[in-house]
Design a protein around this ligand. Sequence first.
Ligand SMILES: *[C@@H]1O[C@H](CO)[C@@H](O)[C@H](O)[C@H]1NC(C)=O
Ligand SMILES: *[C@@H]1O[C@H](CO)[C@@H](O)[C@H](O)[C@H]1NC(C)=O
Ligand SMILES: *[C@@H]1O[C@H](CO)[C@@H](O)[C@H](O)[C@H]1NC(C)=O
Ligand SMILES: *[C@@H]1O[C@H](CO)[C@@H](O)[C@H](O)[C@H]1NC(C)=O
Length: 381
Amino acid sequence: MSSLYMCWFKRKKRSSEDSYNSIDSPSNDRKWPLWKMILVWSLVALFALVLLVFLLIFVVFPITFWLCYTLQRFMTFIPINSPKNPNFNDPGSYGIQNVQNFYITVPDYYDTEKLTKIGAWLILPENYPTTISNAINITEILQNTSSDILFYLHGVAANRAKPISQYTLFRKYFLVIAIDHRGYGDSGEDVELSEDAIVSDNLHIFDWLRKINSKSNIYYWGHSLGTGISCHTVSSLKEKKDFVPHGLVLEAPFTSMADEIAHVMGKVFGWLAYFNATIVRPVGENGILFESSRNILNINCPIMIMNAKDDGVIPWTFGERLYHTAIEKRNLNKQGNITFHSFPADKAYGHNDVTTDPSVPHLIEDFIQMCNEFNQNNRLS
Ligand SMILES: *[C@@H]1O[C@H](CO)[C@@H](O)[C@H](O)[C@H]1NC(C)=O
Ligand SMILES: *[C@@H]1O[C@H](CO)[C@@H](O)[C@H](O)[C@H]1NC(C)=O
Ligand SMILES: *[C@@H]1O[C@H](CO)[C@@H](O)[C@H](O)[C@H]1NC(C)=O
Ligand SMILES: *[C@@H]1O[C@H](CO)[C@@H](O)[C@H](O)[C@H]1NC(C)=O
């Protein structure tokens, strides 16, 4: 910095020699007019500021991220409410009817003595014969229903009051149970948020449903981070509960958290030699893996994948890669077929809106048929 100052000083002195020579005042130590001093010091300050910002972004942030699990967890789960200040008890205020707010109590993953309250919405099928009131008995509804049941698992920066238009579509085919993962919405206040704990909650929620209703077909539908949760949950259901759902839909999925972090953070930090060591690897080392590429191989039901080509959050090629991995490494006859649908960029569905495409009802109907055929052929044999 001082050499820059000197260089500037000398050059300036020479170029303005003539004008200064005429002023004969050797005792005057203010050789420069004030505006020049201000200019030089402003530039020095600006340079220092730029350097500081650079250090903060490219040195301090990666090191903080590496050392701070809380920050890693926050930036991968983004447990922020959208909509803000949600009014879960009044689904009608979001313009949707015949939806009941309720809570499922599960033993906590970290402390089985403790109970965690998971918030959920019961979204009754479109053809439900009556309009429900607050006094409904959810156990009875789930016991009596003849509908297929869909667990909807949302993505980051969301809660169960967000995907209203999706519910309106899904309820044409399913009775929907929309879960807020622990740490989101009003689920499990002050609980540890982690991949394993969320999956454990989902296994308990499955147990809860199965105790009430052991006959309905169960589907899982994940969006975004919810696809990572779904793949892990469905794989664990097979391992730990010997249960395979009827079908799984992955909307805007990714291959693994490491790939997604490398994609998102790589845009800014990818050029750093310590990018993997400080940003990509620590998250996996702390157990946030969401290795859907691996989990999908352990899923024995038909799968439908949907991506928009203009998705700016998760590139559609991740969905395509997941599809190719699953098609190549799974036994389609024994483990179920997979379909992959990508929607052109000019439809501008982005990360959240592929389900608004007019073809989607058809895709869901075809998928349900595929699941029914697969389950008839495989479950009974
Ligand atoms: C709901 O129905 C179930 C089954 O009929 C019953 O055991 C339970 O007590 C009911 N709950 C309430 C709150 O009425
Ligand atoms: C469930 O079915 C039982 C027996 O048919 C009936 O008494 C009860 O009212 C039904 N409950 C609901 C919520 O549909
Ligand atoms: C980071 O890791 C990935 C995958 O292991 C590798 O392809 C990439 O070259 C690594 N990047 C750097 C900067 O080391
Ligand atoms: C899987 O589904 C695709 C598309 O519907 C179909 O072309 C293919 O024959 C199916 N494969 C198997 C093994 O059933």
